[in-house]
Design a binder for this molecule. Structure first.
Ligand code: NDP
Length: 779
């Protein structure tokens, strides 16, 4: 019998496993599962076994849904969509509330089932997965009630195809299903192959509560089932998973008109400044990389510590590492359970071995690993260089790199040196420093003195190759809705550039109508030295520059140099835009004459002036909100400009079509590289003069005339262009979406629109991406 002193020294206590009786009986009674299609479970078909990663024991057999099964499920969802959408928000709210309430009643069952299927500790399913999933349905019951008032003119998308990973199976289901249903869509969900069980239990629960047939359909299977869902007749794909599969989905859906949100991988920085509360930061690491065995997309897997406290912090962190309890995930005292599969275990260990071979020093917990099951000892990789593979690639396991920095600016530089941009945390007692750094980090979510806190009201999603679109909160709901269809205007054919290229004159000539490119605030000859003759009804109007790849590159560079525009206040940008509107007014007659000369409607000028005033008015109104999430947390959303934005205009409305995209974009703080309408590029040259006289800083707007679709491809493939808008043909839009897949650039393709009748709200929304910032408040 240990003495009291022994107990206080070791803090050991006996095992405390959660009972599995009810779940085991349920699994035994089912044995094999079919699919949820059209309000009934199908007979189980050929499929695969799902195992408990902590023991290797087979839990159940599930069906591998074929492409035909997926098509049947989508057809059921399609048939149910009009009825579901026609319900009042109040009626849909009652269904979402019923789901939330019933999930809450079965909380104990679901948390055990999730542990068995994933290997994660019961403490986490009890404290994180289930409460958050339930909260998601409650929160979205509220959104169902409010949606119509909050998003006037919007309509549901139709059928949403949701593809989810294995790390938070029920929670990811909730993230996808709750907002989609609240907004009036029906859903076909594909859970991950490794973890289908809570989705199947959820399916049973929905049948029990009598959710109308077809509103939710669940198809189990592997990647092939996911690919079949992406290829099916859904209206949106909502995906969480690897960047590689996200990229393939971008390609698969390009040009299909399907909406797409991608929540992908990350390599999030965890920044510990010299004045941080080190003990709090150490517990932050536990929550950040050792929760869920590090299998969290937002894990702070790159820890950077101020050099002056690095030794102290590292010693204490290693001591804490050794206190983590590894073992039976069902034991309430377990901190670290099993990783999802042997395949994932081998993959993460192989990557860590490469990191060690590249010079990092691995320190791991010395606690013994269980004899069976897929366990990985948590650890740290010390002394890793920025080029170490473990600093670059997602380990997706309980091992993080730890390196040092000297100054805040070096910390920011190291943090942003990643192709990802999902999340970050900042640990400092200095609020000024923390908020300054938060503003500079390229990340969809920034936590201050905290990490991995989530809430149904807080938008979550990535920047750069961590994907695009947001889930949760108002932004997540918006992503399940379609704005009112704008008035249409057919695209005009492009001029034939090959017909009459001619050298661009070096100097203006006597009666000169030779337009130039506009790059970095200066008129530039095209790099290739070629122009084309702009004609109307057989009459030559002037010469337009034929821009090329090199000109686009120069323009992107100039736009990057104009970063100061994004840092200006909305008020300062508004003043420039008002001035621009005024200068346009002064030259209205000249613009009208130029448009009339090529058969375009002179009324475009008045419309453009109005639009410029409106963009100016909105420049200082683009604001985020403070949202209610957790106690003692202030959660802020901030719409941030993309940075450098590419714009390819339609071949109609040469002045208005350019201004309708460029002005809201710059009002929101972007710098743009725009390809003006090819039918009347001389108007763009005149517009450049107005920019010049209106104090628009050089590089904020760059205008490159030329073969639009070729130039758009260069913009799509350019890694330093954050987002791309394309207003040309549907075929061109498909190409742009495909060409943007490699670097996962966000795209928006408002093709065939009449900008004269367009409300600017959608354009302004598209001009920013949301950053969510969590700040401790009232502790
Ligand atoms: P995947 O991206 O492969 O899987 C996520 C989901 O997509 C699963 O349902 C999967 O099906 C499905 N899927 C796979 N291939 C396709 C396809 N071609 N078309 C449509 N759907 C498809 O992630 P993994 O689960 O394999 O994990 C691999 C790596 O991804 C991890 O090591 C980690 O780095 C990262 N990851 C990131 C996550 C995040 O939250 N950001 C979550 C999970 C993983 P199935 O699994 O059934 O084959």
């Amino acid at each position: 019998m240990p003495s009291l002193n022994d107990i206080l020294t070791t803090m050991d206590y006996g095992p405390s496993p959660e009972a599995t009786g009810e779940v085991s009986a349920w699994l035994k009674a089912r044995g094999r599962f079919g699919l949820l299609i059209d309000g009934a479970m199908t007979a189980p078909g050929p499929g695969f076994a799902t195992q408990n990663p902590a023991t290797g024991e087979t839990l159940a057999e599930v069906t591998q849904a074929s492409a035909a099964d997926v098509a049947t499920a989508v057809a059921a969802a399609r048939a149910a969509a009009p009825g579901w959408a026609a319900l009042s928000g109040h009626e849909r709210a009652k269904w979402l509330y019923a789901i939330a309430r019933n999930l809450q009643k079965r909380e104990a069952f679901f948390r055990v089932l999730e542990v068995l299927d994933t290997g994660k500790p019961i403490r986490e399913t009890r404290d994180i997965d289930l409460p958050l999933a339930i909260r998601h349905f409650y929160h979205h019951a509220g959104w169902a009630e409010l949606c119509t008032d909050d998003f006037p003119g919007h309509a549901p998308l139709g059928v949403v195809g949701a593809i989810i990973p294995w790390n938070f199976p029920l929670l990811m289901l909730a993230w996808k299903v709750a907002p989609a249903l609240a907004a009036g869509n029906t859903v076909v969900l594909k859970p991950a192959e490794e973890t289908p069980l809570t989705a199947l239990a959820f399916a049973e629960m929905c049948l029990e509560i009598g959710l109308p047939p077809g509103v939710l359909n669940i198809v189990t299977g592997d990647g092939a089932t996911g690919a079949a869902l992406a290829a099916s007749a859904v209206d949106k794909i909502a995906f969480t998973g690897s960047t590689e599969v996200g990229r393939s989905l971008r390609q698969a859906t390009a040009g299909s008109g399907k909406a797409l949100t991608l929540e992908l991988g990350g390599k999030s920085p965890f920044l510990v400044f010299a004045d941080a509360d080190l003990d709090a930061a150490i517990e932050g690491v536990v929550a950040s990389v050792w929760t869920n065995q590090g299998q969290i997309c937002s894990a702070g897997s790159r820890i950077f510590v101020a050099e002056t406290v690095a030794e102290r912090f590292t010693d204490r962190l290693i001591a804490r590492l050794d206190k983590l309890r590894l073992g039976d995930p069902l034991d309430k005292g377990t901190d670290i359970g099993a990783v999802i599969s042997e395949a994932q275990r081998s993959r993460m260990l192989a990557l860590v071995a490469r990191g060690v071979a590249a010079g990092a020093r691995l320190v791991q917990s010395t606690a013994p690993l269980p004899a069976q099951g897929s366990f990985v000892a948590p650890g740290l990789l010390l002394e890793a260089q920025p080029t170490n593979p473990c600093m670059i690639e997602e380990i997706f396991g309980p091992i993080a790199t730890l390196a040092t920095f000297r100054t805040p600016s070096e910390a920011v530089e190291l943090a942003n040196a990643s192709r990802y941009g999902l999340a970050a945390s900042i640990w400092s007692e200095n609020v000024t420093l923390a908020q300054d750094v938060a503003a500079k980090l390229v990340a969809g979510t920034v936590w201050i003195n905290s990490h991995n806190i989530f809430d149904a009201a807080a938008p979550f999603g990535g920047m750069r190759e961590s994907g695009f679109g947001r889930e949760s909160g108002r932004e997540g709901l918006r992503a399940c809705l379609r704005p009112a269809a704008p008035p249409a205007l057919a695209e005009a054919p492009a001029p034939d550039f090959s017909a009459a290229p001619c050298p661009t004159p070096a100097q203006p000539q006597a009666i000169d109508r030779t337009a130039k490119l506009y790059i970095g605030g200066a008129q530039k000859r095209p790099d290739g030295g070629q122009s084309w003759r702009v004609t109307h009804q057989g009459r030559e109007i002037g010469l337009a520059p034929l821009g090329g790849r090199k000109d686009i590159r120069n323009a992107v560079e100039a736009a990057h140099k104009a970063a100061g525009w994004s840092k200006m206040t909305g008020h300062a940008r508004a003043q420039v835009l008002y001035f621009l509107a005024e200068n346009l007014s002064l030259r209205a007659a000249e613009f009208e004459a130029n448009l009339a000369e090529t058969g375009h409607d002179p009324a475009e000028v008045a419309q453009t002036i109005r639009l410029a005033f409106r963009a100016a008015a909105l420049a200082d109104k683009i604001a985020g909100e403070v949202i209610q999430t957790k106690p003692q947390m202030l959660t802020l959303t901030r719409p941030e400009p993309w940075g450098v934005l590419g714009i390819a205009c339609a071949n109609v409305q040469p002045l208005l079509g350019l201004a309708a995209l460029v002005l809201p974009a710059i009002a929101a703080g972007n710098r743009v590289v725009a390809i003006p309408a090819m039918v009347q590029p001389l108007v763009a040259a005149d517009f450049a003069q107005v920019l010049d006289t209106s104090d628009v800083p050089g590089g904020v707007v760059n205008l490159i005339c030329g073969p639009r679709d070729d130039l758009a491809k260069v913009l799509a493939q350019h890694d330093d262009v954050a987002a791309l808008w394309y207003a040309g043909t549907p075929e061109g839009a498909a190409r742009v979406e495909r060409d943007s897949a490699a670097n996962l650039k966000a795209t928006w393709c408002p093709t065939g629109r009449d900008w004269a009748a367009q409300d600017m709200a959608e354009t302004i929304t598209q001009a920013t991406q949301t950053k969510t910032i969590w700040v401790p408040y009232g502790m």
